[in-house]
Design a protein. Sequence first.
Length: 169
Amino acid sequence: MLVVADTSPINYLVLLQQETLLPILYERVVIPPAVSEELQRASTPEIVRQWVAHAPAWLTVQQPQQPLSVRQFPRLDDGELEAIPLAQELGASFLLMDDAEGREEAERRALTVTGTIGVLEAAAIRGLIDLPSVLAQLQATTFYASQRLYDEVLARDAVRKAKPPPDGR
């Protein structure tokens, strides 16, 4: 499975030291050059800049053939302008993106979008992380999501944990 990622999910997963979930969940992650550049800005946390400078083999950088125009989409940043068409061109299974306006444009283009919290929830479903503790770590960063979203995700996690295992034990 191949996914295309925007800046935010990569940034926060690296900060949480959960980036290794990506190849487990999705196998191959592609980012456009603008995302790579955003992850290397001076304002980006050092741990993220170092990670990108020594990116793992499962992460590749690829230029989209036709990035979106900033004139046509002035509310999208450079990473989103490249990630959306790249996901379309590659037929990505998912586009990893947190920005609401970017997600709306991607969904208008029939892309399946999930964000940082969606990646973490997928990992929790597979038993790879303890979702409440990782979400608490996420809330301690500059990541923004509504309290309602956190509450909904934690409620689904609690329901999953309350169900008996499929083998009846």
